[in-house]
Design a protein around this ligand. Structure first.
Ligand code: SAH
Length: 358
């Protein structure tokens, strides 16, 4: 039986050094390989020309580089681009490029589908199909940077695509470390934002990580009664516990936790809800990002009027809360928040079983 090739793109540099050493190669080749793969976008080992021809041949027998493939690419009138990517096993996911927000931003997925089933989110309707590997998460960044010719430019990443990053904790953190590597893309943690619905044990673990991305919490409601209707996970980890964890969260100087709040007409958009939210967040170094609902067929909610949105924002800001309203980007190509869904994902029996067992 052919031995399984090791995917170089799924390894942190230290792990690659070990893998090289175990096969009798010099550890420092890991730096060269990282530079080729991340700084120059070379995904073919035989093209890594500062490695000897003999070494390239041996490495090609031991390693491979797995890169998600672009199936289609759609550009919105506002410049947002949605990429449909195919993974090695044929499953597909979506990643989004959002220009000038004010920085260039890549919105990256951490799972195919999502298990969290938030009431207003289309991805949640898919259920969890599978977790992504670190290589597949970081791979989306490689692919978008290449396709957009942005390898040498500064950009941010937000883990706000498909999936709940803290539900796929280890792979997500490994991906961030790969992206942070000085011989790779060398992205600073300040350019990374992890958005979570509030898986508390994982959030506590995140608080102890050496590499600390910016944190965004999908709150969406100021009370358990209201949040429980929107975010099923709230029945396990309630509002008070999440806020307490946020208060303990070690923040860099001048940095704040973002609280995302999807505004749903007649559900969580009353002036009283804004007042409760301001009260809840007093004492938390926070900012609120209001996200007017991106409506979609199958989503049983509506977007509030601009007047209601403005009023909600004004109540918060009068109470000293830093607030912004998220501009909806790429709605015409269904690339906006909560609109990422890959229709007709066909699962093989093996995949179905693997998902069921998780
Ligand atoms: N699972 C993570 C990250 C993915 S979603 C999380 O929940 O934070 C990124 C943001 O888009 C979340 O705040 C999510 O609640 C929001 N969102 C989901 N569906 C939406 C919709 N239909 N309209 C607007 N925002 C939505």
């Amino acid at each position: 039986m052919a031995t399984q090739l090791i995917d170089l793109a799924n390894l942190e540099r230290a792990a690659l050094e070990t893998a090289l050493a175990e096969r009798g190669h010099k550890r420092f080749h890991a730096r060269q390989i990282f530079q080729w793969l991340y700084k120059r976008g070379v995904t073919d080992i035989s093209a890594m020309t500062d490695l000897s021809r003999a070494l390239r041949a041996t490495l090609s027998d031991q390693f491979t580089i797995i890169t998600p493939q672009i199936v289609s690419r759609e550009r919105s009138a506002d410049g947002t681009e949605k990429f449909l990517l195919r993974l090695k096993d044929g499953l597909q996911l979506e990643s989004v490029f959002i220009p000038d927000t004010p920085a260039m931003t890549f919105c990256i997925s951490t799972q195919v589908g999502c298990a969290m089933a938030c009431a207003f989110c289309l991805t949640g309707k898919m259920g969890l199909v599978r977790h992504l590997t670190a290589g597949e998460i970081a791979g989306q960044v490689r692919v978008l940077a290449d396709a957009l010719d942005m390898r040498d430019k500064k950009f941010n990443i937000v883990l706000m695509g498909m999936g709940e990053p803290l539900h796929n904790y280890d792979e997500t953190m490994r991906a961030l470390r790969i992206l942070n590597d000085e011989y790779g893309l060398a992205m600073s943690a300040r350019r990374m934002t992890l958005s979570t619905v509030g898986l508390l044990p994982a959030l506590e673990k995140l608080a102890r990580e050496p590499l600390m991305p910016n944190l965004a919490i999908s709150l969406h409601a100021p009370t358990d009664r209201m949040r429980g209707e929107l975010v099923p996970l709230n029945k396990k980890y309630g509002v008070a516990d999440i806020i307490a964890a946020c208060k303990r969260f070690p923040l860099a100087k001048r940095s704040r936790i973002t609280f995302e709040y999807v505004l749903l007409a007649g559900v969580n958009d009353a002036p009283e809800d804004a007042r409760l939210l301001a009260k809840l967040l007093s004492g938390v170094k926070s900012k609120v990002n209001l996200i007017p609902l991106n409506a979609a067929p199958g989503i049983p909610f509506e977007r509030p009027s601009d007047h209601v949105i403005d009023q909600f924002a004004r109540i918060l800001s009068e109470r000293g809360v830093v607030v912004s309203v998220r501009k909806s980007r790429g709605r015409d190509i269904r690339a906006a928040c909560g609109q990422l869904i890959v229709e007709g994902q066909k699962l093989s029996t093996g995949q179905r079983l693997a998902v069921a067992l998780r």
